[in-house]
Design a protein around this ligand. Sequence first.
Ligand SMILES: Nc1ncnc2c1ncn2[C@@H]1O[C@H](COP(=O)(O)OP(=O)(O)OP(=O)(O)O)[C@@H](O)[C@H]1O
Length: 256
Amino acid sequence: MTDKQEKTILSTRDVRLWYGQKEALHGIDLDFPNKGITALIGPSGSGKTTYLRALNRMHDLEDGVTVTGSFNFNGTDIYAPTTDTVDLRKQIGMVFQQPNPFPFSIYENVIFGLRLDGVKDKAILDEAVERSLKQASVWDEVKDDLHKSALGLSGGQQQRVSIARVLAMSPDLLLLDEPTSALDPISSRNIEETLLKLREDYAMIIVTHSMSQASRISDRTAFFLSGDLIEVDQTKHIFLNPQKQETQDYVSGRFG
Ligand SMILES: Nc1ncnc2c1ncn2[C@@H]1O[C@H](COP(=O)(O)OP(=O)(O)OP(=O)(O)O)[C@@H](O)[C@H]1O
């Protein structure tokens, strides 16, 4: 890895999160480099999605959720009262489990955020559409249908258009919450290949239930269990030579 790749984009310390009275995260310390993919793995209910959603303040939209701890993103505090969550979510974009195209054309889907920002220059919008769809590896499939509804695309194409919509905002960090779990195996592989290309230029954090997916695409893996971070390391170490017994049990399929 080069020096550039070793810079930290996000650091969290002692992250705790309560749903009402119930503490779901028990003090998570994690650092993320500014390039490459970190996979969050662990059994159902271990807190992976809860942690991921805390990173761009998605829990602000839910009642009764309390978040504490420090979240340093490129030198700024994610939870500072002055942080604008709309701006934050442009810098830390999110891709969900279900592809979520809006009922508009492919073109309008990709530039949705730019339009909200008031961008009107057609050349800028055209460039953003082409660049983002190319980055999301779906340009060749949709370039002749940009003004047709995104709802007419396959699930896998919709998911890549959803990724393009996030990329159009030029984010620094992408959060992906089980982005292939609703897709067939071929579409899943296409998304994985897209993410492998993007990892050269972006920091990404992916929640996945698939250990084979984590081992195929991630540089680092963090293992969660019952709201605790058990171990984080280079992916090959987590799968081949984990330091903790719980990690060993999980990756060898003994539970979860
Ligand atoms: N909105 C909510 N209200 C109350 N409890 C919740 C809520 N969302 C999650 N939880 C609880 O928080 C804990 C962590 O859940 P979370 O969904 O983060 O786990 P996960 O590891 O992502 O699981 P999965 O792999 O099944 O998605 C679980 O005990 C879950 O029941």
